[in-house]
Design a protein around this ligand. Structure first.
Ligand SMILES: [Zn+2]
Length: 469
C-alpha cells in the first residue's frame, strides 16, 4: 500500500490523491487547479496519471477544486465508478456543467479576440457538456454509513465532513491477510454549528489520516455569531426605509442557502421584520433546488423547525428567486428596504456586477461581504475599502458602506481541526499526511499538531510516494 498526491500538495486547489493497493490505484478527488489562466490551463491539462490505471474514483464533495477535472478524466477514457454521496453527485453535476458553459463561452470570446487581431487560435476547452453528462452517469451514490466494497479487499464508507451539503470524509479500509488498515481522507473539513448541515463527524480509529490544512494558521469567528451579525446589519438597513438596500455577493452553492436559511429563521423568531429578499442568480436557484431534495443531509435544527412543521427552509413569503434578465434588471427600480443576494461570490462576473454599478455610489446601500475574496478580484478591492473601483471598464466612487461577516467559513480553522482530531481515537494513528494548504500555513499547522502530541506529520510533496503498512 502506498499513497501519493497529484494536486493540492503544498497548494490549496486541485485535490488529487492516489491510494495504491496491490498495484491498483484509487483516486480520491479529481479537482481543478485554480489560479492564473495560463498556469491553471497547464496544470489542468497535465494529468500525471493514466485513466486506464485507475480502478475507481472517490469524490469527497462537489466543490470545483475537488470534482472539476472528473470530466477530463472521463473524456480521456476513464470508465470506472466514481463514488460519492447523492447530494455530492447533484452538486458536482451543477458545478461541472457550469464550468463547461464558462469554458465554451471563454473559447468563443478568445476566438473572436484572436480573429480581430489576426492571431492564430487553437485553445480548446478542457471538456464540454457531453463529457459532464457521461461523468455524472458514472457516479455511484452511496449514503453516509453504508460501507461498500469498491475493489478487492477495499471498502469505502462515507462520514459527514460538515463542510457543504453532501460533503464527506472518505474512510477506506484495506484488508490484507486478515489485517485491516484504515485510511481516512478528510476532504475539506467543516466546522461545528454551521446552519443546515451537520457537524463534522467522528470516524473510527484511522491508521493514516490525509488531512486538509487550508486554515492551518487562522482562527475564525464562531459560526454561531453569523446570525446575530446578520440581524444587526439588516435592522440598520430597515431603519433607512425605502432607501435601504443590502447587496450580498455570495457563492451560489451553500453560502446563498445559508443566508436564506438565516433570514428565514430571523423572521420566524421575530428578530427582524420581514423584508423582500431576492436571490438573483440562476445557478443559486438551481443549487437551492438541490438543497431541497436532500433532507438526509440536514442537521437536527432544520428537521425540528422545518421538516416537522412542513415548512420549506429555503422558501418563504417574501423570498423571490429571479430567473430572467428582465426580472433582474427590474430590481434596479425597486425601492427598499430590500436585500439582494447574487453571484459571483468574488464579484468577478455575473449579475452582482450590475447591482454594484447601480448602487455602489449610494451611501444608503450596504455591500455585505460574507466570503473569501481572492487577490486581484473586485471583491477583494471592495473588502480592502479601495475608494474607487472599475466595473465593466468604468470607474466608480465607492460610497456604499462595506460591511463584513467573517463567521461564515466552511473550513475548520486550526483550533477546530485540532479539537476534531482530539476526539478521534488516534491510538492506531501512524501518520498524518498534510495536504490542501499553502506551504507557510502548513508548516505552522504542523508545528501546532506536533505540540499537541501528534509527532508524525508529513507535509505531502507533489508526486512523492509514501509507503504504508
Ligand atoms: Zn470544499
Amino acid at each position: 500500500m502506498s499513497f501519493y498526491s497529484l494536486g493540492a500538495a503544498e497548494e490549496v486547489t486541485g485535490s488529487k490523491h492516489v491510494l495504491e493497493v496491490n498495484g491498483k490505484s484509487y483516486l480520491i478527488d479529481c479537482g481543478a487547479f485554480q489560479g492564473s489562466r495560463a498556469e491553471a490551463d497547464r496544470k489542468n491539462r497535465e494529468f500525471g496519471i493514466d485513466p486506464d490505471k485507475i480502478e475507481a474514483c472517490i469524490l469527497t464533495h462537489g466543490h470545483y477544486d475537488h470534482c472539476g477535472l472528473l470530466p477530463l478524466l472521463v473524456k480521456r477514457g476513464f470508465r470506472g465508478n466514481i463514488y460519492a454521496t447523492s447530494a455530492t453527485r447533484d452538486i458536482a453535476n451543477l458545478i461541472m456543467m457550469d464550468s463547461a458553459h464558462i469554458q465554451a463561452r471563454d473559447a468563443d470570446y478568445l476566438k473572436r479576440q484572436a480573429a480581430k487581431k489576426g492571431d492564430d487560435f487553437d485553445w480548446q476547452p478542457l471538456f464540454d457538456e457531453r463529457d459532464v453528462i457521461q461523468t455524472t452517469n458514472q457516479i455511484v451514490g452511496i449514503s453516509y454509513h453504508r460501507p461498500m466494497m469498491i475493489g478487492d479487499g477495499v471498502e469505502l464508507e462515507f462520514y459527514d465532513a460538515g463542510h457543504i451539503l453532501g460533503s464527506s470524509i472518505a474512510m477506506i479500509t484495506v484488508t490484507q491477510n486478515g489485517k485491516k488498515t484504515r485510511f481516512a481522507f478528510s476532504g475539506d473539513l467543516g466546522r461545528k454549528n454551521k446552519p443546515i448541515i451537520r457537524n463534522p463527524e467522528m470516524i473510527p480509529a484511522p491508521d493514516y489520516l490525509v488531512l486538509e490544512s487550508t486554515y492551518g494558521n487562522r482562527r475564525h469567528e464562531p459560526a454561531a455569531d453569523a446570525m446575530a451579525q446578520l440581524a444587526e446589519i439588516t435592522k440598520r438597513m430597515i431603519k433607512k426605509g425605502e432607501k435601504g438596500k443590502i447587496l450580498i455577493p455570495a457563492f451560489a452553492v451553500e453560502r446563498t442557502q445559508e443566508l436564506v436559511y438565516y433570514f428565514h429563521t430571523l423572521v420566524d423568531d421575530g428578530i427582524i421584520e420581514e423584508v423582500p429578499i431576492y436571490v438573483d442568480s440562476p445557478m443559486a436557484t438551481n443549487a437551492t433546488t438541490i438543497f431541497q431534495v436532500h433532507p438526509e443531509c440536514y442537521d437536527e435544527s432544520v428537521h425540528e423547525a422545518f421538516i416537522k412543521h412542513h415548512k420549506n427552509p429555503f422558501g418563504f413569503n417574501k423570498l423571490h428567486f429571479t430567473s430572467s434578465v428582465d426580472e433582474s434588471k427590474a430590481l434596479n427600480d425597486r425601492k427598499g428596504p430590500l436585500i439582494i443576494i447574487s453571484a459571483d461570490g468574488m464579484c468577478e462576473a455575473g449579475r452582482i456586477q450590475h447591482h454594484l454599478i447601480h448602487n455602489i455610489e449610494d451611501p444608503n446601500t450596504t455591500i455585505l461581504i460574507v466570503g473569501y475574496m481572492a487577490q486581484n478580484t473586485l471583491g477583494r478591492r471592495l473588502y480592502k475599502r479601495e475608494p474607487k473601483v472599475k466595473i465593466h471598464g468604468q470607474w466608480f466612487d465607492v460610497k456604499a458602506e462595506i460591511a463584513e461577516i467573517n463567521a461564515f467559513s466552511a473550513h475548520a480553522d486550526y483550533e477546530e481541526m485540532g479539537a476534531w482530531l482530539d476526539e478521534v481515537d488516534t491510538s492506531n494513528l501512524k501518520n498524518i499526511f498534510m495536504v490542501h494548504g499553502e506551504p507557510k500555513v502548513q508548516s505552522a499547522f504542523k508545528d501546532y499538531l506536533v505540540k499537541k502530541g501528534y509527532p508524525n506529520v508529513d507535509i505531502v510533496q507533489y508526486g512523492k510516494t509514501y509507503k504504508a503498512d
